[in-house]
Every structure is written in structure tokens, then in C-alpha cells.
Design a protein. Sequence first.
Length: 202
Amino acid sequence: MKRKLIIGTIVFVVLYLIFGGDSNDEIGVDSNEKKSTIIFEIEDKQKEFVKLIDSMRTLYLKEKNELKLTNIRKQRKSELKKLFKNRKVSNWKGKITSLTTGSDQKAYVEIKVHTVNLNITVKNSMFGEGILGNTKTYNNLTELEIGDFVDFSGRFIYDYENKDYLNELSVTEYGSMDEPEFEFVFKSINQYNPIEKSDDSD
């Protein structure tokens, strides 16, 4: 049964990075003796973002020198700035892993986008304007449920503290590099149907 959402004031989307790594857009799925492949049409910028965050995380976790650790974070900031001139993204793909509402009448959505420790906290507006019940985006959310694949667009919020270029919510530097939480202004979300093909030969 589809989970209905009450009117909310802010939508939060937590994104766990799952697509990316090089140019791999396929995920193999085993089902008993049969195998199938789910094919996603992943935007180049999403691939680059995943690769950048994952590579910087790997460098950081291997390093012990505290001065070098801070430099790795600075390097990531520089690379993020090059990647996102206006901080906007379009047609990124993900999978809903949680869809809930609270007593505060806010809608909470959790989207999985890659199997590395990256969280992107996405909210409708940094000023809390919310998604109205008569909007297309809100109506789309009411028809989505856990396990649905989605296509979404919006922009990252600017980091006014000038630590990461994209606003990152972790308290510590380690948290920022190991499990970063980037704040994101959410503009649209739509159900996405990836292509599934059988790997069995005739």
C-alpha cells in the first residue's frame, strides 16, 4: 500500500551514495539461478561527485598526519568548487529507503544513491518554505514508497563557513570526510524506472 503523507513544511532527503565509481551504471542482481542487471542512466556529474567523495574519503582514512588530513579536506573543497560552478544538479538517480512523517508535519525521505558512507541532507528550503500539498512535487511524494527508484533535481547549499564549499553538517572534520552530510535545496522528485535485463543467454 502506498504511504500517504500529510502536508509537510520541509522535506529532508538523506542520500547514501550508491551509483558511481568510474562509469559503472549497472547493478547485478542474483535471484536463485537467474541473474539480471538493472541499468541506470546516470548523469556524468553524479558519477564525478561519487568518485570525488569516495577518493577523498579513502585518502583521509589512510592518512595519520593531522596537518595532511586537513589539507585533504581543503583539496576536496577545491575539487567540489570546480565540479559545481552553480551547485545545481539535475536528474540524479536514487532509491527510497525510508519515507515517513512526524508530529511536526514534516516529510522525511531517505534515498540510497551509492554504497559508500555519504549522506546528503536535502531540505526543500533553507528558509523552511516547505512543499505545499497542491504542488506536483508533494503529490509525487505521496505516491512513492520504500524501494522506489527516483529522479531528483535541485542545488547544494553554499558553505558560508568556507570549509567544504558545499554546506556540510558534520560536527567534526572526521565526520565530514568519513560520512559527509551535505545540505541540499530540493526542487523536484519523480519516480524513475531503470531498465532491467536478463543476463541469461538464449
